[in-house]
Structures are given as structure tokens and as C-alpha cells.
Design a protein around this ligand. Structure first.
Ligand code: AMP
Ligand code: ZN
Length: 408
């Protein structure tokens, strides 16, 4: 069958394969390092890691880039409150994020930082101005003129007919219903970090950063762009508008969006205050492997409501996997091989693959492995499990763990 993924752009599930050379070029919007990330942010990171790992398992090479947003409205405000430079302020949270990701066994993507691409962003904006897609406001800020990009709204499926030409917004995050010219570049304000560039002094807006860094690393058109569902509008809509105006070519082919992690059936978010960091949960005695397993237990396009009960279940599930692995690798079994167990290994392998190929249905994959464990344990208990059954079952367990990554 091959992998099928939901693509937000045409709003349908489609066969997925890279455009060129067996190599998947993908970009994920990473964290804004103004604070510790919470497990909602990490759900998206784990989902993209699961995708990355399954692509590798499917025989592709993967060039996976993730940005670190290390300058934006919030960072500038918080750094100023603490009397630190933007760099001093963000270094701590970037380090914490990378530690959290490592403890969740995230395969590290190629990391790119906004503050290391400021000149390229300014040059990019200069070209947009030249082509008539952007303009300079009196204060030295630059805006994207969305009336010049008729396809604006194609990702979020919003209809912006009748919008007011020239109405502007300079916040990085803004109201879902407002289609307004958005800030590409913000003129310096007293006390704010600012850079001298070809388009004058100031700092980039949030959206321009991902357009410039993704194309810098992956080329003008690439295979897949990922992020949480809240990024569809305005962030990703704006990335498409900027990038396609700049290149005249399609930007990302696939748009991969993860649904939210909820707590008490509400989006887990800093602004709501209903969040847990990985550190909070580790202090309460939970292991990162349990958290990873829980976050991956529901397909990425289904909302997941976090409860301590479900985290306890995930911890028990990880124990069951580890115990089975232990029993398989250290148990003593009678000589021989059984047809039943080799059939079990084949069926499980097939179910794992078809589950994951079905838009990464991780719930089906987990169900398949626990069914295998149940049947194999029963065979072990009854003496029907034989020594030469071990390699086939171990290979399937390993394949599962190459994606879920909780055995170690
Ligand atoms: P932020 O730091 O808020 O820009 O978020 C970083 C990433 O985490 C983005 O891709 C968000 O879409 C994602 N994200 C934020 N909150 C949640 C949540 N509750 N569940 C899943 N993903 C989230
Ligand atoms: Zn982004």
C-alpha cells in the first residue's frame, strides 16, 4: 500500500512519497524558547519524531529541519523584564528544550535559529518589496500585502473576499478571522533587540523566519511542513504567501498538523495555565518513556486528553513491553520452532505496517504489539514457545521500538 498521510492543503489523505531521490525534506516549526515547553508542545514534537522514524523504516532518507524561535514579541518582553539580552534569556530555555527532547528519545533534527538568519530575512523582504508583495510603513516596519496574493486562505480555507486592503497587524500571533497585512519586519523600539540590515534597522516578524530558514535548508519547494493545528492560521498561511510570492513556485507539498493535547478537555496552553512540563511530571515520579508512550498512543490527528490515569496506564504498558523483551531475550525455551509463533510474528509485522501506513495510526500499531505479547506470553506459559521462535518475535518488537522508542 505505502504510506498515506492527511495533507491539510487539499484537506485529504494522500499517498506520500518524496518528490526527489528517495530523500524526504521536511521542516517542523519548533518552540519559541521563552519558557520551558509543556507536554502539549512535546506531543507535536513526538508526533513529528514518529513520522521521521517511520519514514526511515520505510526506506527513505530524511532531512528534517526544525527552527528555534529565539526572538519574538514574548521573548523581547520577558528578557527586558529580567534585564537580560535576548541571547542570554533564550539560551537557558533552548538548552532545557533540547534536554527534554533528548530524554524523550527524539532524533535530533537539524536545528536552525532565527537570530542566525537575520540578514537573509532582510534580503528576502527586500526582494518581496521589489516584486511589489511588500511595502515599508512610515515607521520603518515592513508588511506583506495580502491583496497581491489571491491564493491567500488556501491552507486555512478561509474566504478573505472583501477584506480591507492595507489594514495592518504587527502582532506575531493574531485573531483567526482577521485577514490583514502582516508584519514581515518590525522597526526598532526603544530597549528592544534590533539588527542593522539592508532594509534598515529592526527585527523580523515570526512568519518570515520559517519561510527563509526552511528554503535555505531544503530548497524552494520541499516535501513536508509540520506543526501544531494552531499554526495553520496565520503562521502557515503567511509562510505560504511569502514563500510562493518570492519563488513563484509551490512551497511545501504536504502540510502535516497535529491536534492538541488537552487537559480537562481544554487545550493545554501556557495562557490557560493548565499545563505540565516534562520536568513537572518527572518530579512526580513519572518516566519520560511513559510520557512518550502516552503522547504517541493516540493518532496525531485525534485530540488527546491528558489524565494521570492514562499516564499510569502508559507506564504499565511500557513495563509490559520491557518485561516481554526481557523474557524473550533471557528466557530458556525448548529446542525447535513453531508455526504458530512464526505466523504470529508475520501477522503482527503486517498489522504494524498497515497501521502506520494508514496516516500513522499509532493506536493500531500499539494494539498489534500488545496482541502479539499476549499470545506469545500464553505460548510461553504453556510451553508451546520454542527457542527458534525468539528471533522473529524479537525482530518485530525491535521494529515497533524503532518507532515508539521506549525499551531503553
Ligand atoms: P509555541 O511555543 O506555543 O509556539 O508552540 C510550539 C509548538 O507546539 C507549535 O507547533 C504548537 O502548535 C505546538 N503546541 C502548542 N500547544 C499544544 C498543545 N496543547 N498540543 C499540541 N501541540 C501544541
Ligand atoms: Zn514556523
Amino acid at each position: 500500500m505505502g504510506l498515506r498521510l492527511y495533507n491539510t492543503l487539499p484537506a485529504q489523505v494522500q499517498p506520500f512519497a518524496p518528490a526527489e531521490n528517495n530523500q524526504v525534506r521536511m521542516y517542523a516549526c519548533g518552540p519559541t524558547v521563552y519558557d520551558y515547553v509543556h507536554i502539549g508542545n512535546l506531543r507535536t514534537v513526538v508526533a513529528v519524531d514518529v513520522l521521521h522514524r517511520f519514514l526511515l523504516q520505510s526506506g527513505y532518507q530524511v532531512r528534517h529541519v526544525m527552527n528555534i524561535t529565539d526572538v519574538d514579541d514574548k521573548i523581547i518582553r520577558k528578557a527586558a523584564e529580567e534585564g537580560l539580552s535576548v541571547k542570554e534569556y533564550t539560551a537557558k530555555y533552548e538548552k532545557a528544550f533540547l534536554e527534554d527532547a533528548a530524554s524523550l528519545n527524539i532524533r535530533q533534527p537539524i536545528l536552525v535559529r532565527a537570530t542566525e538568519h537575520i540578514q537573509k530575512m532582510a534580503e528576502f523582504i527586500a526582494v518581496l518589496v521589489e516584486k511589489g508583495f511588500a511595502y515599508r510603513a512610515d515607521d520603518g516596519s515592513y508588511y506583506f500585502r495580502i491583496a497581491k496574493f489571491p491564493a491567500y486562505g488556501k491552507l486555512s480555507k478561509k474566504d478573505f473576499a472583501g477584506m480591507e486592503d492595507g489594514a495592518r497587524v504587527d502582532l506575531d500571533e493574531y485573531d483567526k478571522d482577521s485577514a490583514r497585512d502582516f508584519a514581515l519586519w518590525k522597526a526598532p523600539k526603544p530597549g528592544e533587540a534590533s539588527w542593522d540590515t539592508v532594509i534598515g534597522p529592526g527585527r523580523p516578524g515570526w512568519h518570515v523566519e520559517c519561510s527563509v530558514m526552511s528554503m535555505d535548508q531544503l530548497g524552494e519547494s520541499f516535501d513536508l511542513h509540520a506543526g501544531g493545528e494552531d499554526l495553520i492560521f496565520p503562521h502557515h498561511e503567511n509562510e505560504i504567501a511569502q514563500s510562493e510570492s518570492f519563488t513563484g513556485k509551490p512551497f511545501a507539498r504536504f502540510w502535516f498538523h497535529t491536534r492538541f493535547l488537552l487537559f480537562n478537555n481544554e487545550k493545554m496552553a501556557k495562557s490557560v495555565g493548565n499545563f505540565f512540563t516534562l520536568r513537572d511530571l518527572v518530579l512526580r515520579g513519572f518516566k519520560p518513556s511513559s510520557i512518550r508512550f502516552l503522547l504517541a498512543s493516540v493518532p496525531y490527528r485525534t485530540q488527546l486528553n491528558f489524565t494521570f490515569d492514562s499516564l499510569q496506564h502508559a507506564a504499565a504498558a511500557v513495563d509490559r513491553l520491557r518485561n516481554f523483551h526481557q523474557r524473550l531475550t533471557t528466557g530458556e525455551f525448548p529446542e525447535g520452532a513453531s508455526d504458530a509463533m512464526s505466523q504470529l510474528a508475520r501477522t503482527t509485522d503486517e498489522n504494524l505496517r498497515t497501521g502506520m501506513e494508514d496516516d500513522l495510526n499509532t493506536a493500531l500499531a500499539q494494539a498489534a504489539i500488545f496482541e502479539m505479547i499476549r499470545a506469545a506470553n500464553a505460548a510461553m506459559d504453556s510451553g508451546a514457545f520454542l527457542k527458534d521462535d525468539v528471533p522473529a518475535l524479537l525482530a518485530v518488537l525491535q521494529k515497533f521500538d524503532d518507532i515508539f522508542s521506549v525499551l531503553k
